[in-house]
Every structure is written in structure tokens, then in C-alpha cells.
Design a protein around this ligand. Sequence first.
Ligand SMILES: Nc1ncnc2c1ncn2[C@@H]1O[C@H](COP(=O)(O)OP(=O)(O)OP(=O)(O)O)[C@@H](O)[C@H]1O
Length: 461
Amino acid sequence: MKFYNRERELEALEKSFGLTDTRSSLVIITGRRRIGKTRLVKEFFSRKNIPYLDFFVSVKEERLLLEDFREEIEEKLGYSPKFESFEDFMNFLFRTQDRTAVFFDEFQNFLKINPSIVHDFQKFWDRYKEDKKFFIVLSGSYIGMMRKVFLLRRSPLYGRSDLYIDLKPLKPGTVFQMLDDMGVKDFEEKIKFYGVFGGVPKYYEYLELFKEENFFDFLEQMLRFSSILQSEGEALLIEEFGRAHKIYFSILEAIASGRNTLVEIANAISQKPTTITKYLKSLEDYFNLISREKPVLEKRAKKSRYIISDYFLNFWFTFIRKNQGLVETENYDALIKKIEANFSTYFGRIFERVVRDILVELNQRGVVEFEEIGPQWGKAKKGSYEIDLVGIKGDKALFVEVKWRDGVNAEAILNDLKEKVDLTKWKGKKEFLIIAKSFKKRANGAICWDLRDLERLLLRG
Ligand SMILES: Nc1ncnc2c1ncn2[C@@H]1O[C@H](COP(=O)(O)OP(=O)(O)OP(=O)(O)O)[C@@H](O)[C@H]1O
């Protein structure tokens, strides 16, 4: 698949590479599995025509891994050194080489093989970094383990990197372009793809194989002919959490099923709120798997709710894990039917997040203007109210209502929205934006964007 975007990261890599005119430079890249770390590094080296040593750290016997490394050195440098240990390997690398680019992929796996390797690496790096001109890139998928390597104060590589990239998902505009190039022309279908697979390029590669333009057809092919949809969620998490995975799984499952507050989550899994706060905190700060939202107009409010940050994981928990029986018995027809039957309800919420991502991108392009954006909710006389999104800039607020429906009457939505806005006590200027699949009637006094408008703004704007 053609390479998309990542301009900023490529530029940052180039700057770090520039440092090697005078000394060595160390780059650390983390990011969820399948997000494109390896591809980014390889793209950089190939665009710049930089030869490099490519060491993939797979979990295997030390001796076998050293043999892989020796083969790479033989292929690229023409030597065939003998390594009895990693210290030998490091000795060879740091002593005999000088201006060399080196890529260690899945670096955190050294912790599984033998943690002292990371300490050896540190020792050699500290000793040679000023005298030599190495360009070393370390990448790793499991954030928990990568933190152990370099982010915690006591980590061996703490504070050593010249550049740290936490690689994020591709933006919706890029994904839509990618889908377009791969034959998915209909914008509603594009939105469904993005709302399920997010900005993770790997999943879209399957389009080259299945060549489906319709989201559900694609999903069916994925279920029948690739194990990725079935096993990916579980594999990602077990690898990340290790033995503590059960409690994390239960929490994520509860959040995916719509339990979003501390108390709701605790009740759903029959635990005390005080017991689960530490797990929620690490899911949020350490693993970056969930995020906590507060009402955007009341930042100091105590109330907050949790969501699973990753689109794919959210989908996986909601539809795949929940229907594990159907997956195991390979009853894909029934599973697809279930997904189709519940998809609109599921997607109502997801579409709000997709719109938020789109608005963030449009904000960067100057089509809309805000400094922060998020949902707003609170108490009303009768029950509670909720506004899908509010974008704020100074004394101006853009109130947004999002509907995953056709034939929407925007006037009715605008009236409701204005009533809810009164409950917020917002004193500044107000603008209104209504987004729907399509409108029966647009409203005066609000910007109304249907899917075609969004497409025009994003793909052709
Ligand atoms: N910017 C991009 N444009 C197009 N395709 C991409 C891009 N980034 C990654 N891909 C594709 O997505 C797939 C996953 O990328 P890659 O293997 O680099 O991810 P990773 O983060 O290293 O994943 P893992 O940790 O699972 O090895 C690859 O097949 C790659 O070709």
C-alpha cells in the first residue's frame, strides 16, 4: 500500500538524523500495534537513501536472536562476527562502527529475553554517544514495557532520547483519502470504516485483498478469511497487561457496554470504586487505552466519564468479545446479522467521536475555529441534558448536535439544542452546528452539514 501522510514525523526524524553530523542521536518510537511504526522508519530510511542495520527483536532464545543479528550484519556489512553474548554484539556494534544507522524493532522484547541487555545497551550508549555518530531508532508497541525501558525515572534509557515519537492514528481526512484510493467511494461507507477501524492503517490493507466497497461486506470477509478481527483485541491486551489482564478486561468490557462513570463501572464488575480507581488510572495514564472526559464547560467539575480511546478495541469488545460463542463456532452469518441489527445504535455514539475527529482536522485547516472541544452534560430540572460537542474559543462557543440519521429536521434539532444551551449558563457568543447523514429541512440560524458537505470540506476543501 502507498505510504500516507506522517509528514511531521518524517521531518522530526530528519532533524534528529541531522544531529549525527557531530554526535550520536537516539530516537524512540512507541505506539499501538499496527499503527505504522516500522513502516515510518523504513520509509524514512528509504526516502533519504540511508543504509541501516535492521534488527527485529523477536522473543526467542538469546542464541537464536544473536544468530539473526549476525546474519543481518553479514548481509549489510559483509562481516560474519561470532557473538557469544549480547555484550559481544554491542561491543562489535559500538567499537567497530562509527557513522551507522541502526533500527531495533520491538525493542521492549529484550526485557522478555534478558533484561540485562537493556542495561548493557545503556552502558554502551553512554560511553560512545559523543565520540561516534550513530543514528539509533528503537521502536516498541507495548507501552507498559516501553515505559519500563525509557520513560520512568529509574528506567535504563530515561532521558537519553533526542526524539520521542508517540505515533498516533492517521487523521480521518487521510483515512478517507486512503479508502478512496482503494475503491471505497461512498462517503457514508468511509465513515463506517473509520468509526470501526479508526486511523490504524493495517486494517485498511485488507481492502487490497478483499476489494469490497461496502463496509459490511468487508467485515464479513474479515471475519471469514482473516483471524485478525477475532483475535486482535485479546492479543493486544494480554500482551500488554500480562497476568493482571482479567480485571483490566472486565473494566474495558464494562466501559464498552456503556458503563462510563466510576460507580457504574465498579457496580458492573462487582467491585468497590476504591478498588478499581488504580486500574482506571493506569488504563488512562499508563496504557493510554481509555480517556476521561469532563463536561467541557465545567472543567473543574468532579463528574467525569470514561471511554475506550481506540475505535477498534471499542468495536471488538462490543461485538466480537461479547459474541465469543458465535466466533468460536464460526457462526459468522449470525454474528454479522447481530452486528448489522445493532450497528445503528452503536454508531450513534461513535459518530459523535468521528465528528469530533473531523472537526479537529477542520480546525487545523481553519474551516472552523476553537481552542478546545468536547461534550457537555449536566443536570436539568427534569433529569439531565447532554450536548454532543462544544467548541470554545475565548468568549465564542460552537454548539454541535450530531445525528447518525437520514432526513433530519434541523429546525427541531436547533430548538432543542437552544433549550439545552440555556441550561449551560454560557454567557458568551453562540453559534450552532448540526451534522446529520442527510436533512429533510435545514435550519436558519445554524450551520447544517450533511455527509456530502463533510466530504467536500475534508476531501476537496
Ligand atoms: N502511513 C502509512 N501509509 C500506508 N500504510 C501504512 C502506513 N503506516 C503503516 N502502514 C501499513 O500498516 C501496516 C502496519 O504498519 P507497521 O507494521 O509499520 O506497524 P507497527 O506499528 O510497526 O506494528 P507492529 O507493532 O504490529 O509491528 C503495514 O502493513 C504498513 O505497510
